[in-house]
Structure formats: C-alpha cells, structure tokens
Write a protein that binds this ligand. Structure first.
Ligand SMILES: *[C@@H]1O[C@H](CO)[C@@H](O)[C@H](O)[C@H]1NC(C)=O
Ligand SMILES: *[C@@H]1O[C@H](CO)[C@@H](O)[C@H](O)[C@H]1NC(C)=O
Ligand SMILES: *[C@@H]1O[C@H](CO)[C@@H](O)[C@H](O)[C@H]1NC(C)=O
Ligand SMILES: *[C@@H]1O[C@H](CO)[C@@H](O)[C@H](O)[C@H]1NC(C)=O
Ligand SMILES: *[C@@H]1O[C@H](CO)[C@@H](O)[C@H](O)[C@H]1NC(C)=O
Ligand SMILES: *[C@@H]1O[C@H](CO)[C@@H](O)[C@H](O)[C@H]1NC(C)=O
Length: 628
C-alpha cells in the first residue's frame, strides 16, 4: 500500500515531535558537594564541587572506615567556636529535591569520638544523630525529599553539645514536582519526607541509582540491601533479566533493576519487615512489585499486606493489578504509626508472596519560616551589636524550633513566625544599637541590660509602637534620651539607669510615672530633670560668661536709671522752688503725690474760698494753687 504523508501533516508531526522533545524537561538540577575538599573532581555519580566559599567551619580527615569513604578523604566540621548553628546555603532553582548526606567523623576534635548532632533542612529538623549512629549504614547516609521554595537550599548543622557536627558529602538532586505526591492536596510543599528505608528486597549490597542505570530524574536514590527482613518462612530470592514494563516512568522513575529481583515465599509462607520509627508519627509506605515469579494468570498469587493486625493493602494480585507479568506495580499509603517499630507483614492467601522493594518515609510537617523582614533585620543587627558566634545567629532565627537563635523570642502569628522580643541581657555585647532595630515592629520587649553597649539610643525606637518594656540599663550608652520614647503609648517600663546619658530627661518621659510608666534613669552622671537626678543646670562656661556680662549690663543700666531719676527729682525740686505749676506743667502732671497734698490743702482752704474755687474749676484749667 502506498503511504504518503502530505506536507502539512508532516510539519504537524514534526511540530508535535519537537513539542514532545521540548516538553521533556531539561536535565535535572544536581549539586554535589565534597565537604572539606578544596578541589572539584568527577566520579561515576557526577561532578563533586569543592565546598570552599559555601560556609565556615574547619576541614578534617575522615578516619572511620565506611563505604563511600574510599572516594572521600575530607569532611567539614564545626567546633564550639563556630557556634551551635552552621548552614550550607546553596542556590538552586525552586523545585522538588532529594537532599542526601553522608556523615562520618574523624580526629577533628582529637578524640575520634562519634559526635551527636541535629540536621535541619529548609528550617525543619530532619535528623537527630543519636549514639551509635555511625554503626548503622542508613544513618551514615540520610536522605529526604522536600521542596525548595525560596531559591536557596539550606541545610543547617546544629550542635547538641556532644562533639563537633561533621559532614562528608551533600547532594541536592532534583525530582519531578509531582513525585511522591501523598495526595494531601498541596503537593508535598508542606511536608518533608525523611527516608527511613529504601530497600531492594533481593539485593545483597547497597546500590545507587546511577550504578543501576536509573534516570537522572530519579534523584540517584540509594537502595539498601535487604537487612530489614525480620522473620519469614520458606523465603527465597529470585532474579530475572526480563524487561519490566512501566518501570522508569514519570514521575518517580524507579529503575528497572529494582523490579528484576524479589523476595518470594513458597506456598503459604509469609514475610515480615521491621523498620525503626519514632512513635506517633505519620509514615508513608511505598511498595514495589512485578510478577517475575512465574505466575501466568490472575488469581494464582494473592496476599495481604498488614501493619500490625491492620490490613493496609488487601488481596494484592500483582498479575491482575499490573496487567500481566513483568510489569511494575506501585502501592502507597500514609498512616499514623505508634511504637518504635513499624512491622509490615506480607501474608499469603493464595500461593506465596512476592515483593521487590519497600520504601518507608517519615512524613514531617514543614516549619513555617520566620518573617523575612525580621530575619533581614536580625542579620543587620548582628554585627553592630557584636553578637558572638556562640549565640548561633545563623540560618533561620525561630526554626527549627529545637534550635532557635539565642536571645530572641519568637511568636507564631497566623502560621508564620515573627520576632516579638529580644532577651540579650548580660551577653557581653560590646557594640552599638543601630536604627535597624526599629524594623522589628512586633517586638514588645527589649532587654539589653548589663552589656557594654556604647553610643546613642536611636530615636527611631520611639516608633516601635508595640514596645511595653525597654531595658537598656547598665551599659555605656551616651547622648541624650530621645524625646520620641515618650511617644511609645504602650510603654510600661523604661530602664536606662547606669549609662552615660546626658542632658535633660524629656518632659513627656519625666511625666511618665503619672501615666503609670516605671522609669529608672538614675546613675547617669550628666542627666537631669527629674527628682533624684541633679537639678538641670545646663550652663556651659560660655553661658556663665554671658550671664555675668548680662548681669553687669543690667547693673549698669540700673545705676544709670537711678542716676537719671535722682537727677530728675533734683530738677523737679528746683522747678518747684522757681516755677509756678502753670509754668511747669510737666512737673505738675508727674507728681501726683504733690497734687493730692494740694487737694487736701484746697479742701482745707475751701471754706474760705469755695466760690472762687468753683469758678476756677468750672473753667477747666489746672487748679490754681492758693497762695498760702
Ligand atoms: C567533570 O566532568 C565534567 C563533564 O561531565 C567536565 O566538564 C569537568 O571538567 C570534569 N571536572 C573534573 C574536575 O574533571
Ligand atoms: C590529614 O591527615 C594528613 C596525614 O594523615 C595530615 O598531613 C593532614 O594535616 C590532615 N589534614 C587535616 C585537615 O587534618
Ligand atoms: C498525621 O497526618 C494527619 C493527616 O494528614 C494529620 O492530621 C496529623 O496531624 C499528622 N500527625 C503528625 C504527628 O504529623
Ligand atoms: C498514592 O496513593 C494515593 C491514594 O492512596 C493515590 O491517590 C496516588 O495516586 C498514589 N500515588 C502514586 C504515585 O501511585
Ligand atoms: C543564604 O545566602 C543568601 C545569599 O548569599 C542570603 O541572602 C540568605 O540570607 C542566606 N540565608 C541564610 C538562611 O543564611
Ligand atoms: C558617645 O561615645 C562615643 C564613644 O563611645 C563617642 O565617640 C561619642 O562622641 C559620644 N557621644 C556623645 C554625644 O557624647
């Protein structure tokens, strides 16, 4: 048959092919860090970056003898002087990632003792390395699945006071966003999945995805050998070289090799697996099957999978569910688990059981990060205040909740953390208080009592409207008390005693006690203006000089005035002697006392001269002094 493809159809085909190819995501983002190494190198897994420039801490030699260590000779560790929190902060595109760590230890603290410490990822506590962790392979290797939503993959190492935290490798390997969807509706953005076990049931040794030809989008998952098998009857393992359908597909890309081996039992035999867990936590279980055991029809192998006595997956018929032999089947379930061990039992109903692989993840609710502006502000205050490294101001201030920064108080507000107080009393801080502090708008108490802070009190503190208690006592603060502090309407306690503050206590603060505000400003040598302080005597030498000059001038003027008055009186007296009042009207109108006397005299003489006087008054002219 002649089969021709027309031009438009061909281009449509080519276009859809091109779309297909471009829809295939590019290579996944993969960052591999050889901690402590000062040069990059390649292994079969990929390129390992040196970690200089990522972080502080020190470089040590690995001395323990374990798996990967053939390739890795160095580790990075953090001693007491680095402080309790240290983070790798790695820029990656936002997305879903597998974070993997290889922990070991060396002679970094000269004792070659196994350290115990915590690790947090994106602010959520992921691992607590407990005593004897280094004896267990799957603790030496730890991995978690989580989203990076802030452009930076952050892994922090938290000291618990038992030796120096140390790490050999960090890998951050991208997965598909929809991989391992637990079906909770939010993708897995709100959860972190800690791998408890990822076991290849027929394997005798641990393998990496890359060594068994896995797709790079599978995150190079590590599959451990079958050391979780707990009890079983008539158990065997089988292998096949048959191709397995539906393996290595989106979104999880399980390698085909995982399905080419299995644990089986003969007729009626059951198998149990035991996984160490923390009680009362949610665990997500992923089971992998492929009918590679010679079953040729549905109904020939049927079994239940139980957790304790509860049936998780009833009537598993791999052949029926996967649609034939040599085809991958994945079942998953998330459940709340009690006790210290999660025991999964494969219990046959017809024939024996078969299982290829088991994954168990602890589902950890992600911590909300601290309000970004508060984090920014604390980082801006850190160096001016002189926060010592022992206070651990690295990473997120409030989370993980197990390892907050020293000296800060956090509050959960509508599901977000924010800073509501600073408690930095007696920390030996030698720095200064900068205006940035006012950006911590939710803070209601600041306690910096008993440090060595110097410089001024930033007036913007007066804009921190939630402030109830401000204690800056027993420092070396100088300058004046900002008037703005009087604007703090909720302020109840203000402690500024024993600093080097100067000037007048602002009137609006001096009146504080009336409003029920407790104020202590004693012990500031050059402060004045309220009872208990010296009186305000704000006179400089210049001012005193001015006052003396002023007083002298005043005195001079007084003397001059006195002289002038004396002289006038003298003149007046002389005028009285030589002039009649009419001839000296000025003197008459300015000597009221004399006029009174004259009235009396007039009254006295009135009886004799009434008629004459009346006529004189009626004339409206100045009374005529009678001649006595
Ligand atoms: C590692 O391999 C990459 C290519 O995959 C190459 O570009 C790079 O130069 C190699 N690095 C070293 C240190 O060999
Ligand atoms: C690692 O060990 C070598 C020799 O064993 C030594 O020369 C070197 O200083 C050590 N490096 C560190 C960082 O301790
Ligand atoms: C377990 O999951 C359930 C349902 O998602 C949730 O309500 C519960 O808080 C979780 N418990 C823990 C301890 O994470
Ligand atoms: C996991 O199980 C849930 C429900 O049990 C289901 O909705 C989801 O599709 C499963 N995921 C995969 C990848 O099979
Ligand atoms: C990580 O580094 C970036 C830039 O180097 C910085 O902006 C960010 O605050 C850092 N994050 C943490 C948690 O340290
Ligand atoms: C406050 O003290 C600093 C030194 O700690 C000094 O430089 C500054 O001039 C002082 N300011 C005032 C107003 O006394």
């Amino acid at each position: 048959m002649d089969f021709r493809v027309s031009g438009p159809v061909l281009s449509a085909l080519l276009l859809s092919l091109a779309l297909c190819v471009s829809a295939q995501a590019p290579d996944p983002k993969q960052v591999r860090i050889a901690c402590g190494s000062n040069e990059a190198f390649n292994t079969s897994e990929g390129t390992w970056n040196a970690d200089e420039g990522y972080i502080g801490g020190s470089v040590g030699n690995i001395t323990a003898e374990k798996g990967k260590e053939a390739e890795f000779t160095y580790l990075r560790y953090w001693s007491m002087s680095d402080g309790p929190n240290n983070c790798y902060n790695i820029t990656v595109p936002n997305g879903h990632y597998l974070f993997r760590f290889f922990f070991s230890f060396g002679d970094a603290d000269n004792s070659n003792r196994e350290p115990q410490f915590d690790v947090s990822l994106e602010g959520t506590l992921a691992y607590s390395l407990k005593p004897a962790w280094s004896q267990v392979d799957d603790t030496s290797y730890a991995d978690s699945l989580l989203f990076v939503d802030d452009g930076t993959a952050t892994a922090c190492f938290h000291s618990t006071g038992h030796g120096n935290p140390a790490v050999v490798t960090i890998e951050i390997l991208q997965l598909y966003d929809e991989a391992y969807d637990l079906g909770f509706g939010t993708g897995n953005h709100d959860y972190l999945l800690n791998a408890v076990a990822r076991v290849s049931c027929s394997a005798v040794k641990d393998v990496y995805g890359t060594t068994i030809g896995a797709d790079p989008w599978g995150g190079d998952r590590y599959w451990s050998a079958d050391f979780y098998k707990y009890e079983g009857t008539a158990v065997d393992t089988i292998q096949t070289t048959e191709r397995i359908r539906n393996s290595n597909i989106r979104p999880q890309f399980y390698p085909e090799a995982i399905y080419q081996g299995a644990v089986i039992t003969n007729y009626g035999g059951s198998v149990s697996y035991a996984f160490p867990i923390e009680t009362s936590q949610n665990y997500s279980i992923w089971l992998h099957f492929a009918e590679i055991g010679g079953v040729s029809a549905p109904g020939q192998r049927v079994f239940d999978v139980l957790y304790n006595d509860e049936i998780l997956f009833p009537d598993v018929d791999i052949y029926a569910l996967a649609g034939g032999p040599n085809s991958a089947l994945i079942l998953n379930k998330t459940l709340l688990v009690d006790g210290k061990t999660l025991i999964l039992k494969f219990q046959p109903k017809i024939g024996g059981i078969l299982v290829c692989a088991i994954e168990v993840y602890q589902v950890v609710q992600r911590e909300a990060p601290t309000k970004a502006s508060d984090v920014w502000t604390l980082n801006a205050l850190k160096s001016p205040l002189g926060i010592p490294s022992r206070m651990g101001w690295i990473g997120d201030p409030c989370v993980p909740q197990e390892h907050p920064w020293d000296g800060i108080d956090c509050a959960l507000d509508n599901g977000n953390w924010l800073i509501d107080g600073l408690d930095l009393q007696n920390e030996g801080l030698k720095g200064t208080l900068t205006s940035d502090i006012a950006s911590l708008v939710n803070v209601d108490h600041i306690n910096l009592n008993d440090n060595l802070l110097s410089g001024p009190i930033p007036p913007v503190i007066g804009t921190m409207q939630n402030l109830v208690r401000l204690d800056l006592a027993n420092n070396k603060l100088n300058g004046t008390i900002p008037e703005s502090l009087g604007d703090l309407v909720h302020l109840k306690e203000l402690f500024l005693q024993n600093n080097q503050l100067t000037g007048k206590v602002p009137a609006n603060l001096a009146a504080g006690p009336i409003r029920g505000v407790t104020i202590n400003v004693l012990g500031n040598h050059d402060l004045c203006g309220i009872p208990g302080l010296k009186p305000c005597n704000p006179l400089s030498a210049g001012q005193i000089f001015g006052i003396i000059i002023g007083s002298l001038c005043g005195l001079g003027i007084l003397v001059l005035c006195g002289y002038v008055i004396y002289k006038r009186r003298e003149n007046l007296a002389r005028a009285h002697k030589i002039m009649s009042p009419r001839e000296a009207p000025y003197a008459a109108s300015h000597t009221r006392a004399n006029a009174q006397v004259k009235d009396v005299q007039l009254t006295r003489f009135g009886s004799f001269t009434e008629q004459r006087l009346m006529s004189v008054s009626g004339g409206g002219s100045a009374p005529q002094s009678p001649r006595v």
